[in-house]
Design a protein around this ligand. Sequence first.
Ligand code: SAJ
Length: 414
Amino acid sequence: MKICVVGLGYIGLPTAAMFATHGHQVVGVDKNPKVLEALSRGEIIIEEKDLDKLVKQAVTDGSLCGSEVPVEADAFIIAVPTPITAAKTAKMDYVKAATESILPVLRKGNVVILESTSPVGTVEELMLPILERSGLKAGVDFALGHSPERVIPGSILYELVHNSRIAGGLTPACAEKIAAVYKCFVEGEILLSDARTAEMAKLTENTFRDVNIAFANEMAQICENLGINTWELIRLCNMHPRVNILQPGPGVGGHCIAVDPWFIVEKQPETAKLIHTSRLINDARPTQVATKVLSYLEHVSDPQVTVLGVTYKPDVDDLRESPVLEIVTLLTAAGVSVRVYDPFVSDKFGGDLMKAVTGSDLLVLGVHHSQFKQLPLAEIGAVMRSKQIYDTRRFIDEEAAQAAGFTYYLLGRD
Ligand code: SAJ
């Protein structure tokens, strides 16, 4: 099969490389010349485990190449961003433009699949009318539907293969055709459904997680006020066979969980009350954490803080919607001099750890990158002005910190 993947980001590029290494001829389309230029050399400009090798292999074999515009193909996959506007509604411009770009090359017998996370109705109300301008009929002359990506950054290639995948068709026959496209590499179950349910399923999964994290974050606030260690509380409660509480933290980041629930709220503002409140709870976390940081610096003149880790989650290079970046901004606005160290964002925040901590009054552990387990606390403490740590992830060994002379504060307890 010839497959055209529109959008070569965190989802499109791994998906394109996966098809290309499973017997298909793939053309990847992107507007960013840097992406295409790197691809022509078999290289990538994003960080994702093992993706560089897979792309290199596909390009070297001649099964994957880049293009500025879609070309004729058997299947089209749209994996472009669906960001959120200031009004908290989905910005569908990229999906619209990607669909329009397919129009000139759409042929009878094609399969068109939306992978981008989108509000309910996108396939039927946005894409279908555009594609039918071709004179072809959706569900008759070409198959159309939604097959949401559900992979977790950091483990994308594994999850692309092993997760189950929903194939939501405009008609049952469309769903079958969509499923057939992915069969070459998906080892998980392919679940047939309709397009609207598939759209809602994706939003519901991320909303489920957001609501549950909001619960953990609210508990953390309550426990701080009542002098209870949330982490110990959660450990005890999670021993119950039907309780599984997630972890509190400095907020919810990333381009998915902090965004997708709004796509449900947008459609049903009166009804989606718990969903809306959960979003607000998680969005309030950076302000609450920044306020805590300021309280630990109350008696310090000209306070200096070092933030360790600013990406939206551990062991990735992605800064989108990062709550820790927001904390950095809030502290800076409050007159604190903030230095950031994050080895995953080497161009901006890499450099020298020791330089970043010298003269500092407080370390804020913002993200629990694996390598922060081996922080040389004694050495770090020796160059700080005051030895204080605020651990927003319960990641640093409290006893080790205290042995190195630090005052240790824990989110959800102190
Ligand atoms: N977080 C917490 N507490 C937790 C778990 C996460 O505060 O207990 C925070 C993280 O620190 C991070 C944010 O939530 O800031 C989101 O991280 P994540 O690891 O939960 O999820 P994402 O955004 O990287 O990926 C999610 C996944 N969705 C679900 O697990 C339901 C993934 O499967 C989706 O494919 C992805 O969104 C997506 O692309 O939509």
